[in-house]
Design a binder for this molecule. Structure first.
Ligand code: FAD
Length: 283
């Protein structure tokens, strides 16, 4: 049963990735203004993911600010030096940015085991705090179904707690479709002394092949019943969207009703699916 609860006291944010060319940038500006009209707390922009550049992140952050919305750039550190991160922080501070998503990033293939200036995200958080004090609100990543490289679930939670103790203000999770994994992760990290808000990352379901590919890489599980249903829809895009909206709406309600402090939507640079979910949830 779906109950009509108000979520006015919660925070909702949106994630975009830098567009690959000028034509897509123009399209993204339109998406940003449509999504911005919904009234999210802020919009974040990924860094380095999918081959995008630092400049791409900066440009998109500028587009969000120019449209009158609050932007939060992601910074990943695995390929960065302390000097380059310091420069970036200075630029963002001068540009009026006061919120960041601090990540390690994926280790480039074939370079595992190399010693770097930053090895893990907790070091980046520590560095941002030591250079910039409390200027930035720092978000970090959390993995209710565990990061693929983590030797064990317990190690991964301990490593998450390390980022909070280094100075993170809150966390955004990898997407998941199993609410119990989220609630258990929240409980266990609190027991270890990390009680910052953990905002579930929500991936709308619109394309089965793409979702399956992402999930394989990032270690997010698509439950069998969802997978089998999506497979059964074949090329019927409308049926996939309707089913996906129903599944994610119920997931979001369960999370919010169970105490999640808000939601972070992975928009995939499209306004339609996130707007449909937003309206279904009556946010
Ligand atoms: P970490 O927290 O450093 O963890 C990485 C792994 O190392 C984990 O297995 C952890 O258990 C382990 N670990 C952590 N600390 C230690 C330690 N001190 N000692 C030993 N082991 C440790 N990627 C991008 O490239 N760009 C983006 O913009 C981006 N945005 C993202 C947004 C969200 C909301 C999420 C959930 C992920 C995002 N990612 C992005 C992906 C992310 O960079 C990868 O998942 C990456 O592999 C791990 O990053 P992290 O910050 O979680 O790393």
């Amino acid at each position: 049963m779906i109950c009509a609860m108000s979520y006015n006291d919660k925070h909702f944010s949106m994630e975009f990735f830098p567009p690959k060319n000028e034509e897509l940038r123009v399209k993204l500006k339109d998406t940003i203004s449509k999504i911005g009209a919904l009234g999210p707390s802020y919009m974040s922009v990924t860094f380095g993911a999918g081959g995008s550049t630092q400049q791409g992140t900066m440009d998109t952050v500028g587009d969000i600010q120019a449209a009158g919305f609050i932007a939060a750039p992601h910074i990943s550190c695995i390929d960065s030096t302390k000097d380059s991160v310091r420069d970036m922080l200075e630029i963002y501070r001068a540009q009026g940015i006061d919120r960041l998503v601090a990540l390690r990033g994926d280790i480039p293939e074939g370079t595992e085991g190399e010693i770097r200036e930053f090895m893990y995200a907790n070091e980046l958080v520590e560095f941002i705090r030591s250079e910039m004090g409390d200027h930035f609100i720092i978000e970090v990543a959390a993995y209710p179904e565990f990061h693929p490289e983590a030797p064990s679930a317990t190690d991964d939670i301990i490593n998450y707690v390390r980022k909070v103790k280094a100075g993170a203000d809150s966390a955004i999770t990898q997407y998941f479709y199993n609410a119990d994994a989220y609630f258990r992760f929240v409980d266990e990290s609190r027991k270890l002394g990390a009680d910052v808000p953990i905002v579930p990352g929500i991936m709308p379901i619109t394309n089965y092949e793409q979702l399956a590919r992402f999930s394989d890489v990032c270690g997010a599980e698509i439950p069998r019943w969802i997978r089998r249903r999506l497979e059964g829809f074949g090329d019927d895009k409308l049926a996939i969207r309707e089913f996906g909206l129903d599944v994610t709406e119920q997931l979001c309600r369960r999370l919010l009703d169970g105490g999640a402090p808000g939601l972070h939507f992975f928009t995939m640079n499209q306004s339609g699916p996130t707007t449909a979910l937003w309206k279904a949830l009556d946010l």
